[in-house]
Structure formats: structure tokens, C-alpha cells
Design a binder for this molecule. Sequence first.
Ligand SMILES: Nc1ncnc2c1ncn2[C@@H]1O[C@H](COP(=O)(O)OP(=O)(O)OP(=O)(O)O)[C@@H](O)[C@H]1O
Ligand SMILES: [Mg+2]
Length: 366
Amino acid sequence: MTSETRSDAYVAFEHVQKSYDGVTLVVKDLNLSIAKGEFLTMLGPSGSGKTTCLMMLAGFETATHGEIRLDGVPINSVPPHKRGIGMVFQNYALFPHMTVGENLSFPLEVRGMGKTDREAKVKRALDMVQMGSFINRRPAQLSGGQQQRIALARALVFDPALVLMDEPLGALDKQLREHMQFEIKHLHESLGITVVYVTHDQGEALTMSDRIAVFNDGRIQQLASPSDLYERPDNSFVAQFIGENNKLPGTIQELEGDKALVRLATGELIDATAVNIKEKGQQTLVSIRPERVEFKPEMMPAGAHTIGAEVLEVIYMGDILRAVLRVAGSDDFVMKMRNTLGQTKLTPGQKIKVGWHPQDARALDP
Ligand SMILES: Nc1ncnc2c1ncn2[C@@H]1O[C@H](COP(=O)(O)OP(=O)(O)OP(=O)(O)O)[C@@H](O)[C@H]1O
Ligand SMILES: [Mg+2]
């Protein structure tokens, strides 16, 4: 598959499976290595098994099959509180009857730490999230974002080397979300901790992660850096799930190494880069990013070839213009244009030619 376990991994899942009912596998043969200090995000649609993986790593669920190791040590039978892992969950409520300070002190008391040490640690953790002056408040007296900060501080208060976060910003509005993304990223870097982060927001995954594991149906579809996932998706699912994507159905006409000639549904022939395509005659979906499509001849990349298109709609979006085109029988083909001074105006009904570099057209599994 796309992932393998390495012996020097800090966190390792090896052939891990999980079934809740003894029949269906919701995690299927998971192999994943996470390096020390890495920010790894599990991204995928609802029900794809992300939380289940995190819960197995935390120790709240047991793997049906396979091994999970932390710093080389198998942890399948180690209880959660002995794993030394910090956790933040979307609805991981703070204890309502305790003050902020008491909430943070609790995980330290459980670990048997004395009062003076506890006070120092609590203060330091609150300062990390800029909430030092809220120590005597109760959770009900805090905003959603402030509560989430306290939950973050509570996860960090006992200096864990590994922190798991499951949709920690899901309940926050966009602006606060983006601010907290920045804060979490900053804490990750300054503390040198390893973070395993779960989200179904691809923008969040792209901006925060060192690597992203894209989950679907209990399997990792691709494990790669944000730019690799976006630029070089391995399959149609990933191409579709990350960013906006045009897809043109066709048949592989010629195949030489990774160079393919594709006959589109309407008969046109286009060059494309073959990805996991096995043979001539195979059906394919050619994937092209909207920002890689060009219509002005002088801007066309060298080696591009063009295809006829009809403008259906042009949408003004401020920084960009988004044109919806009919291309090779598909009438939801999108081209994004920078809104520069003197950008050529397109009008609905206009016939144009669009083109792209063959490297930007990826012939994927249908
Ligand atoms: N405690 C449970 N008992 C039985 N089935 C469960 C349990 N928890 C999860 N599942 C099932 O396992 C599958 C994976 O669920 P999981 O919560 O891991 O998905 P997820 O990727 O985190 O989804 P979401 O983005 O909605 O949080 C789903 O089909 C879900 O219904
Ligand atoms: Mg979940």
C-alpha cells in the first residue's frame, strides 16, 4: 500500500484492524508510521475510521488484530492513563463543577504530583494558551474558543510527548478556527511534540500538517505531504477529496511508461500522465486542477495542447474569476483565473480554446 511501518517510528500501526460487531471491519489493515515531532493528520469523510484509529492509539478501544507501538514498545495491553498521551476532543467537556485551575490540576493529581509542582505546571500550561487570568473561572463562564483553549492546556499540562486531537476546532466559527489552527501549529513547533490530528476539513489539514493520511472506508488511500497530495493524487478519490478538481472520462488509447494518450468521451485525444494505469483500453478519469487551465494562447505552457470549450458562466470571487465551461461533453468544467488588471473578459456563450500542460492532466482510475 501507500504506507509502511518503519523500525524507527515513534508511533507505529502494524496490520491493525478493527471491528466493533465482529463482522464489518471499520479499519482494514492499517500500516502507518509517525516520526517523532511530526504533525500527522488523518483526513477523510464521515465514518471512514479516523476516530477509531485515534481511540485505539489512546487506548480507549482495542485493536481486533495487529499491533500498535509507541516508541518501539507494543502498547495494545497498556491502559490509557499509562500511555502518557495528551488528548483533545471536539466535545471533550471540561469538568463543569471545577474551576479552570482545578480542571488542569486534575491530570497531575491523578499522576501523584505534589501541590507546588502542580501549581507551577498549571500556570505554565495556562500561559501557553494565553489564559493565565482565567484560572478561577468555571467552564460555563468561558466562550467556546476559551473552553477549547483550556482543553488544549489540559492536554499539554503533564508534558506529553504525543498529543491526539480529534476535530478540536469543529465547534468554532471560521475566524476563531483559523486563529486556533495557528496557535496549535505554533505550540507543536515550540514544544517539539508529536501531534496526531483528525479533521474532515481539507483546508485545515493542508495548512497544518507535515503529512496527511487520507482515509476512506477504513483504509489509507494516500499518505503524503500536503503539496504531494494536491499535486500528485494517487487516485480519483484523493483528487476529488482534496481541492477542486475537473474530471473528464475517457479510454486509454496509447500507453508508454507514464505517458498516456486518452480518447475522451466526445472523441478528442489528449495527452495525460498515467497514474496506476495498467493497460491500453482501460477506462480512466482524467483529473485537471482548475487553476492549471489556461485560455490565452500567450499564457499557454509549452507542450500544452488545446481543446474547444464553451463558456457557460463566469463567477466573480474577488481575488479570482471562476469560469464554468463545457469541455468534451462535461458542463461542469471549471477554470480559475487570477483577477489581474486587464484580465480578458469572458461572456456566457463564447467559444474558446482551453489548454493545460500534459503533466497537469492525470489519468487516474475511473
Ligand atoms: N462504538 C462503536 N460501536 C459500533 N460502531 C462504531 C462505534 N464507533 C464507530 N463505529 C462505526 O465505525 C465506523 C468508523 O467510525 P469512526 O467514528 O472511526 O469514523 P470517523 O472517520 O471518525 O467519522 P467522523 O468524521 O464522522 O467523526 C463507522 O461506520 C461507525 O458507525
Ligand atoms: Mg470521528
